[in-house]
Write a protein that binds this ligand. Structure first.
Ligand code: AMP
Ligand code: MG
Length: 312
């Protein structure tokens, strides 16, 4: 392990860049989890067509407890399997400062303490949580060596931290510990029997459809107010408006601009906070400007269409 490379990776991350790093499961594409813009870059680099929530990596249980409320079962699982290939979904702490984009606007957070020594050292050096999905373009195989990452993303990311190959090569098991009965959300390296030996009341009934369709999470954040897409001028009283670019049509009582400059990465970074801010009873609805369907704009439009479909 080369401390100079780790320091370089940490510096680039703290400057808001995305960096690939090894974990024991697969190579991760990391960004500082409190930085909305850096998180938006992850989606842009991966060309994900949607905003699935990301796993937030921390170096220890105590750091996890600063971000999420770990139930007794969650604590038992952490004691048994951390550091290691297990992800625990918990409710967020009230003062959790993780970027809304990293958790897709949810009130829950997926947490993991990785065991790989390079990942551990990087987290320690950075001193902040890292959101990190697998370091591959959306839909392609997860990489287990730095060469895999170089081949599939080399021209798109600032730095690839070298390290021993990801030994496991399979994603972490994900367990939702927000309900009384913990649920398997995604099968992974830690088996159901291993989990049951620690928490016998565990439910794996979800296992057949547990690799959830993108955006099909049970707790997907959905605004209460009606959402009107491709909006021009206001069509009713008290409508709020989410703008994109310099043109603001007339008649809205409140406007939040996702990006005055028309920058889609900036727009993605502000999307969830704009929806949260405007989803208030004093408004009659949220109208949204047309967002170009290119690059990360696909994911923005996917999220907006879901919000509009569930509410109208
Ligand atoms: P990965 O692509 O390996 O980073 O895994 C991300 C997956 O973790 C998502 O697709 C979800 O299935 C799951 N996940 C992350 N955050 C949450 C959350 N807050 N609630 C439920 N599942 C989550
Ligand atoms: Mg993946």
């Amino acid at each position: 392990m080369n401390q100079d490379s780790i320091n370089k990776a940490a510096k680039l991350l703290l400057e808001g860049n995305v960096v690939a790093f090894p974990t024991e499961t697969v190579y991760g594409l990391g960004a500082i989890a409190t930085n909305d813009t850096a998180i938006a870059k992850i989606y842009e680099v991966k060309q994900r067509p949607n905003f699935n929530p990301l796993i937030v990596h921390i170096e220890s249980l105590s750091k996890a407890q600063q971000l999420g409320v770990l139930s007794n079962d969650a604590l038992k699982l952490a004691a048994a399997f951390w550091p290691g290939p297990l992800t625990i979904v918990t409710n967020k702490q009230k003062n959790c400062d993780i970027a809304l984009l990293a958790t897709a606007g949810l009130s829950t957070i997926a947490l993991r303490v990785p065991a790989h020594p390079v990942a551990q050292n990087l987290l320690h050096t950075v001193g902040k949580p890292l959101a990190a999905p697998s370091a591959n373009p959306s839909g392609l195989l997860s990489p287990t060596t730095s060469d895999h990452v170089k081949t599939c993303l080399g021209d798109k990311i600032s730095f690839i931290l070298e390290g021993a190959p990801a030994e496991i090569g399979i994603e972490s098991s994900i367990i939702d510990c927000t309900e009384d009965t913990p649920q398997l959300l995604r099968p992974g390296f830690i088996t159901i029997d291993q989990i049951k030996s620690i928490i016998p009341n565990f439910s794996d009934t979800n296992q057949n459809h547990s690799i959830k369709a993108p955006g099909a999470l049970k707790h997907h954040y959905a605004p209460q107010l009606p959402i009107r897409l491709n909006a021009q001028a206001a069509i009713k009283a008290n409508e709020a408006f989410i703008a994109f670019g310099p043109n603001i049509p007339k008649g809205y009582v409140k406007v939040i601009n996702l990006s005055l400059a028309g920058d889609l990465i900036e727009a993605a970074s502000k999307l969830f906070s704009a929806l949260h801010q405007l989803d208030q009873p004093q408004y009659s609805g949220i109208a949204v400007a047309t967002i170009p369907n290119e690059g990360i704009g696909f994911a923005i439009n996917d999220r907006l269409k879901r919000a509009a479909a569930t509410q109208n």
